[in-house]
Design a binder for this molecule. Structure first.
Ligand SMILES: NC(=O)c1ccc[n+]([C@@H]2O[C@H](COP(=O)([O-])OP(=O)(O)OC[C@H]3O[C@@H](n4cnc5c(N)ncnc54)[C@H](OP(=O)(O)O)[C@@H]3O)[C@@H](O)[C@H]2O)c1
Length: 310
């Protein structure tokens, strides 16, 4: 039975993100292909503060008061027409796309008690995972997968379905650079790339070396070291580079520097020096006044610099 009450955390207006206002919100029944999750846990991602911070000029489609939030886990309370994979009471994790331009509705915002998700963006949770553990997966995993496998990103072949093929692929000695391996996106990217048969070179703080290696990275470099770019380029000697995933402020610039070392970084035949860009490089520190013009000026400068460098 549909619940009679729902509460959501509303962002009242762009640029005014804290505090959110918790107040009653309508309960929305699922349309075809959708389901409703009673939230048990949610995760906060960088985009959740970027949406309200830059809402006035980067996300102009959003209607306020708005319900943000992408990552949710909980139990299914209602399924829409045509949904056969899920049943009421199932433990699930999902990505809520209410802030997406195509969806653009509060019913699909994650920061509320009852969230509508699309069945294709929802997955069952195995018994071994708690709601809290599952909630951190969706956006980080899907961002990593998009960077590695989407046609307009690195377009790498998907992980093979059987281990023997993965072993075969590994023998090709192709190596991927994942800048920012200890981030949420990077942790997912290392595991996906390793499953797809690539050797991974990554960057992180030294305290996270063993963590990244436990996920599958073959070598880790400290991104704060002044010799980081040269050290990584050297590590690529004798290997074929499959491209780079740039995560974290400044990551794209540094990945370009690594791939530009043509004498050391050898690309796979017929492959350009592709970088999947997960993070924009933001000015540091962020401007506190005249944010819009200063941010635009920064973006023009940075994009021009990248175009020249590229
Ligand atoms: N989370 C998502 O779903 C998502 C989706 C799309 C885009 N992004 C973008 O991806 C980036 C990472 O987000 P996240 O949520 O994955 O991060 P996160 O899990 O919060 O990562 C935090 C870690 O990032 C590392 N780090 C900090 N500054 C760095 C830098 N300049 N270069 C490389 N690593 C750095 C630090 O690792 P050490 O402790 O090892 O130094 C820090 O512990 C952000 O720019 C975000 O906007 C994230």
């Amino acid at each position: 039975m549909a619940p009679s009450t729902n509460h959501a955390a509303f962002c009242p207006a762009p640029g005014k993100h804290l505090p959110f206002t918790v107040s009653p919100a309508p309960y929305t029944q699922p349309c075809a292909g959708e389901l409703v999750i009673r939230t048990h846990a949610l995760a906060v991602n960088p985009v959740d503060h970027m949406l309200p911070d830059f809402g006035t000029f980067m996300f102009t489609h959003i209607k306020y008061p708005a319900v943000f939030g992408f990552d949710v886990s909980g139990e299914v309370v209602e399924v829409g027409k045509g949904v056969t994979r899920f049943h009421v009471g199932d433990r699930v994790v999902g990505c809520a796309f209410g802030a997406d331009k195509e969806r653009n509705r509060n019913a699909e915002g994650g920061f509320q008690e009852y969230v509508v998700t699309m069945a294709e963006h929802t997955s069952p949770i195995p018994d071994s995972l708690s709601y809290e553990q599952a909630a951190v997966i969706p956006l980080g995993l899907s961002t990593a997968a998009a960077a590695l496998f989407q046609k307009d990103q690195l377009a790498l072949p998907y992980p093979p379905s059987n281990g023997a093929q993965a072993e075969e692929k590994k023998k090709k000695n192709e190596t991927l650079l994942i800048w920012g391996g200890s981030t949420s996106v990077g942790s997912n990217a290392i595991q996906l790339a390793t499953a797809a048969g690539y050797d991974v070179i990554t960057t992180c703080s030294p305290r996270n070396n063993s963590y990244c290696q436990s996920l599958g990275a073959g070598a880790c470099f400290d991104y704060n070291s002044p010799t980081c770019v040269a050290d990584i380029a050297k590590a690529f000697q004798g290997k074929l580079c499959a491209g780079a995933v740039a995560i974290g402020n400044g990551g794209v610039d540094r990945c370009m520097d690594v791939l530009a070392r043509t004498d050391q970084v050898k690309m796979k035949a017929n492959r350009k020096r592709f970088i999947a860009m997960v993070s924009f490089t933001f000015p540091t520190p962020m401007p506190k006044s005249f944010v819009f013009p200063r941010f635009i000026a920064w973006m023009i400068y940075w994009n021009s610099a990248m175009a020249i460098k590229g």
